[in-house]
Design a protein around this ligand. Structure first.
Ligand code: SAM
Length: 292
């Protein structure tokens, strides 16, 4: 369909028509390839009963294809200059709501209740602004929003971290946090050439499926993430030394840390990257008092 927004021709025409200049600071790299969009949509398992949340619709390249497939689309766009463009490009669709807000500040749960109440399933599908990929995902996941899954494009390196297995180079606190809430899988690697303007980095589409049951039981999720972050404070250091320096000001003495590690069956000489989520959960549940 040569009327599709995600083509070089139509995108250029819209840029000219609206005198739109990209803002690098907002991570504006628009998709100009409908094949990539089709791949994203088929990975998202969207049907006519699905509600979709989109972060950063831009000029509507992905949004229009979502609107054709889903029951409803709720899109959050921070850049006010894009609102009249979207009103124009999305005018054929009566199932799209665009909210002119920062996704990190918006009341996403309230908006879901207002706009997507009658949908059987809710997916978040987006070509994310790369400068805030991690805060966006962590914010949505930590708040336990009623989102069944995520199909999101991001910087390749970040995607590999989300999806990393224990012991691998990319494994870290982000892998643990995402895999605690979701099952992660790689959908496809995307070259720079499918964007206008092309970003400096390669991209990847990752699918996150929200777990119905937690992968591990912890008494305190925040503590789980504090402990996994602390274990990677310096990658080359042992878990003992990382905890000595991150559990601050000697509030937990070395002896107490050793005792706690031993009670959790963790060799103090191990490095953070060798511990599974289950092992972090043991640590978490065995630490009765985390000094503030
Ligand atoms: N979906 C469009 C596409 O694929 O062509 C645009 C994707 S572009 C990578 C990211 C979009 O997110 C831009 O439209 C940008 O203005 C928007 N954006 C950046 N920061 C945002 C934020 N904090 N909240 C909502 N949208 C944001």
């Amino acid at each position: 369909n040569d009327k599709d927004i995600a083509t070089p021709k139509r995108t250029k025409a819209l840029l000219d028509q609206y005198g739109f200049k990209f803002k690098k600071s907002l991570g504006q790299n628009f998709l100009i390839d409908t094949n990539i969009i089709q791949n994203i949509i088929s990975a998202s398992d969207i049907d006519e009963n699905t509600g979709v949340i989109e972060v950063g619709p831009g000029m509507g390249s992905l949004t229009e294809q979502l609107a054709r497939t889903a029951k409803k689309v709720l899109a959050f766009e921070i850049d006010q200059r894009l609102i009249p463009v979207l009103e124009d490009t999305l005018s054929p669709y009566d199932n799209v709501t665009v909210v002119n807000e920062d996704i990190l500040k918006a009341h996403v749960e309230k908006e879901i209740k207002t706009h997507l109440q009658d949908c059987d399933k809710i997916m978040l599908v987006a070509n994310l602004p790369y400068y805030i990929t991690t805060p966006i995902l962590m914010n949505l996941l930590e708040n336990h929003l009623p989102i069944d899954g995520y199909v999101v494009m991001m910087q390749k390196e970040v995607g590999e971290r989300l999806n990393a297995q224990v012991g691998s180079k990319s494994y870290g606190s982000l892998s643990i946090a995402c895999q605690y809430y979701t099952e992660t899988e790689r959908v496809l690697v995307v070259p720079k050439t499918v964007f206008m303007p092309p970003p400096n980095v390669d991209s990847i589409v990752i699918k996150l499926t929200t777990r119905k049951e937690p992968i591990v039981e912890v008494d305190d999720e925040k503590l789980l993430f504090t402990l996994s972050k602390g274990a990677f404070a310096q990658r080359r250091k042992t878990i003992l030394n990382n905890y000595i320096s991150t559990i601050k000001e000697g509030k937990l003495h070395k002896d107490e840390i050793l005792e706690w590690l031993s009670a959790s069956n963790i060799d103090p000489k191990r490095r953070g990257e060798t511990l599974t989520i289950q092992e972090y959960a043991h640590l978490c549940n065995n630490l009765k008092k985390y000094p503030n």
